[in-house]
Design a protein around this ligand. Structure first.
Ligand SMILES: Nc1ncnc2c1ncn2[C@@H]1O[C@H](COP(=O)(O)O)[C@@H](OP(=O)(O)O)[C@H]1O
Ligand SMILES: [Mg+2]
Ligand SMILES: [Mg+2]
Ligand SMILES: [Mg+2]
Length: 311
């Protein structure tokens, strides 16, 4: 049966299943309490959860899709050894597997795809106990465009028949929409969501220019995009460099499948080909619809745009 499922749909269904497994790894590392923190650079950390979740995701997808280029955030010195067998997930999410593939994506081949993996988005928040901000991101791009993605939130709590369930998985597919949660309209006033742990003078300049009624400072690109989709914030602004392709690929795919838009602060889309530079040099501006995105873009000072484009 699965041979008749178009590649993009099957890959998205695999990504949902493996993101759930990676989320469990993220919770298990925290429960054990041995985070194994490594400082990669200034304000840039990696934990055992980042390393293990990435090994789980890449090993699982590479085993099933050998010709897809999969790029993960972490340089894993320990990828050489065997990945534990219970980390290799070959299940596919049944609901996603039954989605109708849009005609524009039906002929996609493994060679056309680049998958961007952020095994743990919001590492600073993870180490500081802001666990709700943490997400696992798997972004699927075709010919440089994010067309499908998964945002898994390992610490999201729900009660099902009186029983506590941990984690939820949100997916998006171009031309189909989003699933795994209920989107909500944006707030009535302008509420901006932005970085909690990576601000600088340029980022603050951008925020000031927005003249927002409220600024929410939270961790992770995945969580900020969830706030847009759930009507908690109107605009996500990070008017400086620092985010990378693995931070924005899945969030952009999910947001655009829901009718939203994620660009740099000049209003240009990022490209997700394998040879693109990892750094999103010119910042992030995102909103749940084009109108809010254009409004926010019009408020960014020209001087700030010029400064960023020259960097
Ligand atoms: N100056 C910087 N240096 C390193 N990473 C940065 C950064 N600014 C943003 N990022 C990365 O972009 C993601 C979202 O950032 P923020 O939470 O500050 O909005 C985080 O991903 P990771 O947690 O996956 O590394 C964060 O590390
Ligand atoms: Mg990181
Ligand atoms: Mg990240
Ligand atoms: Mg990360």
């Amino acid at each position: 049966m699965s041979t008749s499922v178009p590649l993009i749909v099957k890959l998205l269904a695999s990504s949902v299943s493996v993101a759930n497994r990676a989320g469990k790894i993220v919770r298990d590392v925290m429960s054990k309490g041995e985070l194994g923190i490594v400082e990669k650079g200034k304000d840039d950390y990696q934990t055992e959860a980042d390393r293990s979740a990435q090994r789980c995701i890449i090993a699982s997808l590479a085993a099933q899709y050998p010709n897809i280029n999969i790029i993960g955030e972490e340089d894993n010195p320990d990828t050489e050894g065997d990945v534990p067998s219970d980390w290799i997930v070959i299940d596919t999410d049944k609901d996603v597997l039954s989605l109708e593939c849009p005609s524009s994506l039906q002929g996609v081949k493994e060679e056309d795809i680049v998958v961007w993996v952020d095994p743990l988005d919001g590492t600073s928040e993870y180490t500081q106990g802001f666990l709700e901000h943490v997400t696992v991101l798997i972004g699927i791009s075709v010919n440089e465009k994010p067309v499908a993605g998964v945002i898994h939130q390992p610490y999201y709590k729900t009660l099902i028949d009186g029983e506590k369930k941990m984690g939820r998985t949100i997916w998006g597919l171009q031309g189909v929409g989003v699933g795994g949660f209920t989107p909500a309209p944006p707030p009535d006033s302008l509420i901006i969501t932005t970085t909690r742990s990576h601000s600088n003078a340029l980022a603050e300049k951008g925020l000031q220019a927005m003249n927002a009624s409220q600024v929410l400072r939270v961790g992770g690109a995945g969580y900020k995009v969830l706030q847009l989709l759930e009507g908690v914030a109107s605009v996500y602004l990070f008017a400086t460099s620092g985010c990378k392709k693995w931070d924005t690929c899945a969030p952009e795919a999910v947001l655009s499948a829901a009718g939203g838009k994620l660009t740099d602060i000049l209003g240009n889309y990022y490209k997700y080909g394998a040879s693109e530079q990892r750094l999103n040099k010119t910042g992030v501006l995102a909103a749940v619809n084009n109108e809010l995105h254009s409004y926010a873009l019009s408020k960014i000072p020209e001087e700030l745009k010029e400064l960023q484009s020259k960097k």
